[in-house]
Write a protein that binds this ligand. Structure first.
Ligand code: AFP
Length: 283
């Protein structure tokens, strides 16, 4: 999987430079999930496809911005599902955004994911990767190369909370859970970008990121193959947990490439609070 990491590093440098000087206005097109694309979405997707197509160990790739997979090498071992620019609507307000990659063998089910990585385009260009050794490693770009910074590990319990979704559409028991965590002293940390929001929890050692089922989105908003399974692998390998409210996210499959799921990522204490709440209030 090393050559996939190297390709992702090249992708990070190229997309970072486009963000800093590329166009951020809207395109006239919409992706499979119905999100209106910004020109950077399309450009980022082109960059990712171009770089991943050079990797001989990849059999096929599928983008969140496209409806179907693209074949790369019939003899390849890995399938790669990616979100080329997650949170792209935040670029025009100069907030951090990211790219997300899930590396699978055989199929795109949660149990088949064998590696994952994400890039954070922020004040610093950073990359978090978990490959065959099962470790979660932070890399930082120094202007010429990516340097290994540290192994990422979560504590049993954290102090920050990213409560996603439209609050007016939360189920009452979910609101009670979030309110009780704030009453315990958790601090609100939510930008609307999944990548920086979960990156912050990983680097601060713990906490909870939640994108729950809501009355307007009963299956949640975040996509299983491109966003949820990759972060579930990374958070679990860092010592945390990743749940849909009642079971581990990596036990989930999919019936369509763009399926979503309610999702909770964080330290084990916070996830146990979530699962207690959701088990007592079955949807
Ligand atoms: P965009 O890619 O449309 O900006 O959405 C970002 C995202 O998919 C994910 O990065 C955030 O966690 C989530 O949506 C934020 O959704 P809300 O705006 O509903 O909180």
């Amino acid at each position: 999987m090393k050559e996939i990491l190297e390709a992702i590093q090249k992708i990070g440098v190229r997309i970072d430079s486009q963000i800093k000087r590329g166009e951020t206005d809207k395109a006239q097109s919409f992706n499979t999930s119905g999100d209106q694309q910004v020109k950077l979405d399309i450009l980022s997707d082109q960059i990712v496809e171009e770089e991943l197509k050079k990797v001989s160990s990849i059999k096929e790739i599928i983008s969140e911005e496209k409806s179907q997979p693209v074949e790369v090498n019939g003899k390849g071992e890995f399938l790669v599902a990616y979100d080329p620019l997650d949170g792209s609507s935040l670029v025009d307000v100069n907030l951090s955004v990211g790219s997300i990659f899930g590396i699978y063998r055989g199929d795109y089910k949660g149990e088949n994911i064998v590696g994952a990585g994400y890039i954070v385009y922020g004040p610093r260009l950073e990359l978090v990767w978990s490959g065959e050794d099962g470790k979660v490693i932070l890399y930082r770009w120094d202007g010429e190369k990516f340097n290994r910074v540290e192994e990422v590990k979560l504590k049993e319990k954290g102090k920050i909370l990213g409560p996603g979704g439209t609050q007016a559409k939360w189920y009452p028991f979910h609101k009670e859970l979030i309110d009780s965590l704030f009453q315990e002293g958790y601090r609100l940390r939510y930008s609307g970008g999944m990548v920086p929001d979960i990156h912050q929890i990983l680097l601060k050692g713990g906490g909870l990121f939640a994108y729950p089922a809501t009355t307007d989105k009963p299956k949640g908003k975040l996509r299983r193959l491109f966003e949820v399974f990759p972060f579930a692998l990374i958070v679990e390998r860092a010592g945390g947990k990743a749940s849909n409210g009642t079971r581990p996210l990596l036990e989930l499959g999919y019936s369509s490439y763009h399926d979503t799921t309610p999702c909770f990522f964080g330290s084990s204490y916070e996830i146990s609070r979530v699962e207690e709440t959701y088990s007592a209030n079955p949807l």
